[in-house]
Design a protein around this ligand. Structure first.
Ligand SMILES: Cc1cc2nc3c(=O)[nH]c(=O)nc-3n(C[C@H](O)[C@H](O)[C@H](O)COP(=O)(O)O)c2cc1C
Length: 248
């Protein structure tokens, strides 16, 4: 297990080999053993295998090719719909139409997603998360016929690897660990934690290709721009309202 975690990398190219139902079920069954708030399991996982559905989803994931090339696409949803229905059938009044409950269900969904990923990677399958799910949740809801009380929070593509990319480095452990209380960063510590990442040749290439002066500018001005963040943030808040999670 230690090596699986240390040697993993995101896989974005997959072979044509399918993933059979029995294997996928095993992986999902193991994933669903993950911890879940109050054992409520306030999540759902939508499996997409058909070419047609993948093609409908592709533009909503900004045409990232993994969607159509992976044999299996999993959309993980924060889901109080099933739990609410159970409560109502059992003479119990659900109080889950608020932002806290959305967060609870989103946390449950992400924990199950990551556990499914580890179960898959432990069998040498490759995975790629797609962050586009929260950008285009409103349209994904339409394509996957998702009802009120449910919000897609992340997507994972799954398949047999057809590439072995370089392992992507991480910040030093010291950069992300705080002992007992949060130790805020100084200019010096930021410099020392990021210098390794900035010195990598692929980072330098990224800066040049994007006509920027620093790696941070590639993030702020190109990859994750404020105007996009604000635009998609407004759309997501509207989705939360429409799906019944914003009773404050
Ligand atoms: C929530 C989340 C969303 C992500 N979204 C995308 C995505 O839309 N497209 C993509 O190619 N990779 C995506 N990734 C993968 C990251 O780019 C990748 O994990 C990161 O660069 C580190 O690489 P590694 O997983 O190979 O170590 C996402 C990862 C996470 C956790």
């Amino acid at each position: 297990m230690k090596d699986i975690l240390l040697n993993r990398r995101t896989i974005r190219k997959y072979s044509a080999e399918p993933i059979d139902d029995a294997l996928l079920n095993e992986i999902l069954n193991e994933g669903c053993r993950a911890s879940t708030t109050g054992n409520m399991q306030v999540y759902s996982i939508i499996i997409t295998r058909s070419k047609d559905k993948k093609e409908e989803l592709a533009p909503l994931h900004f045409n990232q090719k993994m969607i159509t090339e992976a044999p299996v696409v999993l959309t993980f949803c924060a889901d109080f719909n099933r739990f609410n229905k159970w409560c109502l059938l059992r003479n119990a009044e659900p109080g889950y139409d608020n932002f806290l409950s959305f967060m609870t269900a989103a946390i449950d969904s992400l924990i199950v997603a990551q556990t499914v990923c580890i179960a898959a990677e432990s069998r040498n399958l490759g995975i790629c998360y797609l962050g586009t799910t929260t950008y285009m949740a409103n349209k994904i809801i339409e394509v996957l016929k998702i009802p009120k009380g449910v919000v897609p929070v992340t997507t994972v593509t799954l398949g047999w690897p057809a590439e072995k990319p370089e392992r992507v480095e991480r910040l030093p452990l010291d950069a992300v660990i705080h002992n007992e209380t949060y130790k805020d960063y100084t200019d010096e510590s930021i410099n020392s934690f990021y210098i390794g990442k900035e010195a990598r040749s692929d980072s330098k290439q990224f800066v040049t290709e994007n006509n920027k002066n620093t790696l941070a500018q590639v993030f702020t001005d190109v990859r994750y721009k404020k105007e996009d963040n604000v635009y998609f943030s407004k759309m997501l808040v509207q989705v939360l309202k429409d799906q019944g999670f914003m009773n404050q």
